[in-house]
Design a protein around this ligand. Sequence first.
Ligand code: SAH
Ligand code: SF4
Length: 375
Amino acid sequence: MSVVKDSATNLLGLAQPELEAFVAALGEPKFRARQLMHWIYKRGVSDVALMTDLSKSLRERLLEIAVIAPPEIIHEHVSSDGTRKWLLRAEGAPGTAVREQAIEMVFIPEPGRGTLCISSQVGCALDCSFCSTGAQGFNRNLASHEIVGQVWLAGQRLAGGGERAVSNVVLMGMGEPLANYRNVLPALSLFMDDHGFDLSRRRVTLSTSGLVPQIYRLAEDTNVALAVSLHAPNDALRDQLVPINRKHPIAELLAACWHYLDKQNGRSITFEYVMLEDVNDQPEQARELARLLAGRDAKVNLIPFNSFPGTRYRCSPAPVIDRFLGELRERAITATVRRTRGADIDAACGQLAGRVADRTTVRLGRKLLPLVVQS
Ligand code: SAH
Ligand code: SF4
C-alpha cells in the first residue's frame, strides 16, 4: 500500500485537462498526460518508476511530488452469490477529532456485466428515513481521487480473479453525489474518458435524492445516466421519507428531470422507489405514481427495502410488490423490481453503513439546515 506523501498530488483525482495542466507546470508537453493515463488506467500501474516511456527526469520529479494511491482496504467480504463488498479507509474531516472513517463499495457480478457501486461522501446529510447511511450522519465529501480510486482499486482486485472486470459504475453507495458536485464531476469524466476507464455514458449512473439546482448543472456538464430516488408519489409522503423534498418538491424535481432528458436526447430516467410496507406500497399510490410519469421517458425501479438494525420500516411482501408493479405496467409505465444481491454481507442498497464518526453536520431531517453542497 502506498504511503501518501504529505502534499503530494494524487494523480487519480485529475481528469485529463487537469493532468495536462499538471504536466505542463512541470515543463512537459501535453501528451505526457495521455502517457500517464495509459499506465494508470489501461495497465493498472501505480508505480511511476515502471513507466519506462517517460523520461528519467520526469519519473524522478513525479516520485517526489505525486502519488497514484487508491483508498486502503480495511475488509473485503465475498457473498455466497459472488457479490463483493469492501470497507475502505477514509481519513476524518480535517480539524475533527476522529481520524479514521470508512466508506463502502460493492461489486455485483451478473451475466454479461459487472456493476460497481461506489460512494461519494463519508456518510450523508440528507437523512432519508429508510437509509442506513443517512442514519449515520455526514462527515465529509470524498476527494476526486477517492471516488476514482474506488473504481481503479476494484479493477485491480478483480483482475485475474476469473471475474468480469467492472463494466458499469453506479454512484449509489454512501452519500449524495450531487452534494459533492465539485469532486464528482472530474470522476465522471474519467469514467467515460477514452484514455480513462472508457465506459460508455449508458454505463455510468448517478443516483440522486433530488438536488434540483445540481440536476440543471449536470445537464450542462455531462450526460451520464440519471437515477432519481423518488420513493413517494406525493409531497406529503415524500417530505417524510426524503427530507430534501421540503426544499425541492416533486413538481420542481420532475421539471429538472425532464430538462435533463431534453438535453440528453433519447435517454430515459430511472426513478427508484423503495417498497416500504403500508407506507408507499398501495395500489392507489402506484396509480398516483403512474400519473406523474405518464408519457415520459421514465422507468421505475422498485427496490425491496433492505432492513437494518433500528429501522422502523419493513419491506413490502412480494405479492404487494407484484401488485404495485402490475398497476404501473397496466398504465404503460416501464417498471422492474430490483433483485437484492449480497444480502448475506449487508451489501444491498442503503445498507452501506461504513463507519462515520464525529459528524460535522446535523442531519437534514432534524432541522432543515443549509446543506453542505460543494459547488
Ligand atoms: N444519495 C443517493 C445515492 C445513494 S442511495 C440517492 O439517494 O439516490 C442509493 C439508492 O438506495 C437510493 O435510491 C436510495 O433511496 C436507496 N436506499 C437507501 N436506503 C435503502 C434501503 N434501506 N433499502 C433499499 N434502498 C435504499
Ligand atoms: Fe443520503 Fe441517498 Fe441515503 Fe438519502 S438515500 S440519506 S440521499 S445516501
